[in-house]
Structure formats: C-alpha cells, structure tokens
Write a protein that binds this ligand. Sequence first.
Ligand SMILES: [Zn+2]
Length: 95
Amino acid sequence: MGLTYWDQHNGCAVELVPVCPRCKANIYWTLISGKPGARGPARCANNMSSTRIITDPEHIITCDWEGVVVRAYGGGVNIYDENLSQLPHKVKQKP
Ligand SMILES: [Zn+2]
C-alpha cells in the first residue's frame, strides 16, 4: 500500500506507511469496491471497534480517529484524514 523507496547506500528497500495522525498507530481500513474513486472507512488500530488482542487492560490506549480510504487508479489505495488532507507516515524496512 505504501510508497517504496530504495536506500542509495545499502540498496535496501523501505516503505512509507501512513499512520494515525493522533497516536501514530497503524490504520485499519475496509474498501470492497475496486472502482477508482470509491471510498471506505479507515480507523486507527487503537479504535475501540478495531480488532486487537488486549494484553494490558489497565494501560490500554484508545483513539477515536477516523479517516477515509480512496481507491486509486491502478487498484491501490490512498488513506487520508477525514478532510482529505495527507497523513503522517512511518518508515518501514521491507524484507
Ligand atoms: Zn490513533
């Protein structure tokens, strides 16, 4: 889903992955339609409605951020804040 870049010095690939603008957690999204421009809901992984395993209930982080996932031309998706502004990204090392 994210954009892939290659480090010129070591040749390793990294991916820019959008994260929640409030708590920097991963984003869960649903979009069944493959039609370009189709929209669906996106939620923070720390949203109470997101499925997760709770290992420490006394220190649980909850976040009610919601955004929009939009189907792009070519079949990929882009995730935006609810006002369609860009989200912060984290750098993830690709295997
Ligand atoms: Zn969040």
